[in-house]
Design a protein around this ligand. Structure first.
Ligand code: AMP
Ligand code: MG
Length: 419
């Protein structure tokens, strides 16, 4: 037996003809091995990339105790229960320190970010201070050490702050920059090749013949893949022809970490896609207990993982978001849980649902009277791509659940944030 088949068959309760969504997800996950190659990129270009090094601060940030407000740096011990009159002996600005030492009864004018003058420990905001004939009057009620930011309170020298496997956020870029680091080691991007299969497909720019449809799957795939930040190779429409399919699969496998195809994996489909997958590599053909998106192939050709998605346009998007997205993130070296965020919402209307499969209905989530409510986007056929276009979330109806009544709680996956 070959590797993927072996791993997947070892999963408890694995049944290719009635595979629950969770099990399919676990099966894929068990087979994946992330790319290991890395490259160095400037900090700006590291946004969204997967960090491949530890970030250990070589300095404290901030590097010195400094003031959090504009006002006066004082010695707290000087302050009385009533107002206290102090003598101003100088100023400290951000980037321009006060060089002397502040003695009893003295204070220093400070601006936000200025190094705390030697001898002071507390900052009084300028708004409460009275200045009469050059004398500084501090009102009662100040707290020791107020309005001071301490050296290393953001980042501490020697204490790791970012770990490998992290997808870098805008905040991370700033954090790295605050350490004076200009370049980062990141994993190389995952390479994905994809094509559509089907004799009924026409490419944009050609006139439709009877019975043909324009290929839309390569465009939704392009959009979803582009957002994931992977390298994309679009191999076009491939006819249901053994020679053409073999050439496309071999070309894709030679250069990619993952191959995505759409169409031709339905049960009982009498074309060449499935036999070709099996001939060139290892392929499992699943009937997943879900709707839409029941048929799917998973396997490997050469070094590339293979995802044979269904042909129906909505099923393509659903299977991509539920299986492929997470798989590509894992392949890219992302650590931790990459599953889509699930929120709870209230069904604003009854929802038809059959127990024994997970359904991904297309929903519109909105806030009504302070409550998150969701309703479906009309016709839910797996060929109705408009149902995806109009939606802003999936309504995820669990495997065991039957029909849903208005007012019941349901889980939703918002599209926003579903990179
Ligand atoms: P299949 O999975 O090949 O049986 O295809 C199921 C349905 O999806 C059929 O109605 C196909 O015409 C349609 N379909 C397959 N591939 C595409 C595509 N690339 N773009 C648009 N529709 C497609
Ligand atoms: Mg077909």
């Amino acid at each position: 037996m070959n590797r993927i088949v072996q791993i997947v068959h070892a999963i408890e309760g694995y049944d290719p003809d009635a595979l629950p969504v969770d099990k399919a997800r676990a099966a894929i996950r068990a087979c994946l091995t992330p790319v290991t190659a890395t490259e160095r990129v400037p900090v700006r270009e590291a946004l969204g990339r997967v960090l491949a090094q530890d970030i250990v601060p070589g300095i404290d940030v901030p590097g010195h105790d400094n003031t959090a407000m504009d006002g006066y740096a004082v010695r707290f011990a000087d302050l009385q229960a009533e107002a206290t009159v102090l003598q101003e002996v100088g100023a400290a600005l951000a980037g321009k320190a006060f060089t002397g030492t502040v003695g009893p009864g003295q204070c220093v004018r400070v601006t936000t970010g200025a190094v705390m003058p030697a001898g002071t420990d507390t900052v009084v905001v300028q708004e409460v201070v009275k200045i009469v004939e050059g004398k500084i009057t501090i009102p009662p009620g100040q707290k020791a050490k107020q309005n001071v930011r301490y050296a290393g309170e953001d980042l501490k020298k020697g204490v790791p702050v970012l770990r490998p496997g992290r997808a870098l956020s805008p905040a991370d870029l700033g954090l790295v920059a605050s350490l004076g680091i200009g370049e980062l080691e990141v994993r190389r991007r995952v390479r994905v090749a994809f094509f559509s299969t089907g004799d009924e497909l026409a490419s944009i720019g050609t006139a439709l013949k009877a019975g043909e449809v324009y290929d839309s799957n390569r465009y939704t795939l392009h959009g979803m893949l582009a957002r994931l930040g992977v390298e994309i190779r679009d191999l076009g429409v491939v006819r249901d022809d053994p020679a053409q399919l073999e050439a496309a699969f071999r070309d894709a496998a030679a250069n990619a970490d993952a191959i995505l195809t759409t169409g031709g994996v339905s049960v009982g489909e009498a074309d060449f896609v499935k036999p070709m997958m099996a001939k060139l590599g290892e392929a499992l053909f699943w009937r997943i207990a879900m709707r839409p998106g029941r048929p799917m192939a998973f396997g490997r050709i050469g070094n590339a993982f293979l995802f044979g998605l269904p042909g129906n346009p909505v099923a393509v998007m659903v299977t991509f978001y539920q299986f492929v997205r997470e798989a590509l993130l894992v392949l890219g070296g992302r650590a931790g849980d990459c599953a889509p965020l699930l929120l709870e919402a209230t069904a604003a209307e009854p929802l038809r649902k059959v127990a024994g499969r997970t359904e991904f209905q297309r929903g519109v989530l909105c806030r009504e009277d302070g409550v998150l409510k969701v309703r479906i986007t009309g016709q839910q056929g797996s060929g109705v791509l408009r149902s995806m276009s109009e939606a802003n979330c999936f309504i995820v109806l669990e495997h065991a659940r039957g029909r849903v009544l208005a007012g019941e709680s349901v889980q939703v996956q918002p599209f926003e944030g579903l990179v």
